[in-house]
Design a protein around this ligand. Structure first.
Ligand code: UDP
Ligand code: MG
Length: 332
């Protein structure tokens, strides 16, 4: 593979930072200051694509106030909150640059690591992901659940995804093009990118805590993301029901034989029928559990077949232009 195919040389290399924003007004001044010094430190042409994911605070106003007149900030505003994974997907779709770096707004994905990603890309890699070697951003329980999830995901999924990585990663132009062909309603971005293949590598880094503000990923969303990841990259839970069902059926046939033998051959009736009710409850639970799993997959199919638009863009704005994309004066 030639290097020029993957990353162009020269001063006109464009790299876009794709940054989703959901109620990030507090962190924006810090973020933009960091980006400005990053731009000065790099020889590449750094652009920024902000996606406002339906913020209800002054995020949009802050972006406009802090970046008006500065080069190459673009803002895409969703009509409402569509979620982090969709915001990233929209940002990648809008990206015209030679490479895109997906990162969080809260400076948990350090720009120094983004710089190293660009260097790796220049060496010829198509995807450069950040590997969280250590982290000071979450509690021990959360670290543990994440640890277990990534390993479990690795075991049962049909894709070879690197462990301990979030969405912080660089994508080359051809990966961007390939990614844009996905039209999933509940995309699990890190899994989809692993699925694409190409030449991928990781950079280990320490993940610091949030620079300001509070997390926008409560347990509920984290859990949903994990479920999206599992259900979109594995059908093993469905197959588990088949195996377990067979095992239980086989077990009950043996149990039946044993009951008949004890009654008619050994002449002793079995006592302790109270335990039966618990057995009934237990298998009721097992059945509901697997019904739930089947339902989860059915719901995913349902979401896909509706073919709704995946997100709706209210308007877009560029820091070096004054008008919104639809020509009207934006109401920021
Ligand atoms: N985010 C988003 N939409 C949401 C939730 C989060 O665009 O519905 C953005 C958020 O603004 C941030 C990134 O996703 O840039 C990661 O969120 P956060 O830092 O709160 O997650 P954590 O680091 O705590 O997992
Ligand atoms: Mg964060």
């Amino acid at each position: 593979m030639s290097r020029s195919q993957n990353s162009p040389d020269g001063a006109d290399v464009k790299v876009a930072l794709v940054i989703p924003l959901f109620n990030e007004e507090i962190v924006l001044p810090l973020l933009i200051a960091e980006i400005e010094s990053f731009k000065k430190a790099r020889t590449e042409n750094i652009q920024v694509i902000f996606i406002d994911d339906g913020s209800t605070d002054a995020t949009v106003r802050e972006v406009v106030r802090l970046t008006t007149g500065i080069q190459a900030y673009q803002l895409i505003r969703f009509s409402r909150n569509f979620g982090h994974q969709m915001a990233i997907s929209a940002g990648i779709r809008m990206c015209q640059a030679d490479a895109a770096i997906i990162m969080d707004a809260d400076l948990q994905d350090p720009l120094s690591v983004a710089g190293q990603m660009i260097d790796k890309w220049q060496e010829g890699f198509d995807v450069v992901f950040g590997v969280r070697k250590s982290r000071s951003d979450v509690s021990a329980t959360q670290r543990f659940t994440a640890f277990v999830f990534y390993r479990f995901f690795g075991k049962i999924s049909e894709v070879d995804a690197p462990v301990d990585t979030g969405d912080f990663r660089l994508l080359s132009r051809r990966v961007i093009e390939a990614f844009n062909q996905f039209e999933e309603q509940q995309p699990y971005v890190r899994g989809l990118i692993a699925w694409l293949g190409f030449r991928q590598t990781g950079i280990e880094y320490h993940r610091p805590g949030r620079a300001a503000g509070s997390t926008k990923y409560p347990f509920r969303l984290r859990f949903r993301l994990a479920m999206d990841g599992l259900t979109s990259f594995s059908t093993r839970p469905l197959k588990l029901a088949v195996n377990l069902g067979l095992l239980i059926a086989l077990g009950s046939v043996m149990g039946l034989i044993w009951v008949v033998l004890t009654k008619y051959v050994f002449g002793t009736a079995i006592t302790g029928w109270a335990s039966l009710i618990f057995a009934a409850f237990f298998f009721g639970g097992v059945q509901l559990f697997f019904l739930g799993i089947v339902g989860t997959y059915v719901a995913r199919v349902y979401e896909e077949v509706k073919r709704r638009p995946r997100f709706v863009i209210q308007d877009t704005w560029e820091s070096d232009k004054k008008e919104a994309s639809n020509g009207s004066k934006p109401n920021y």
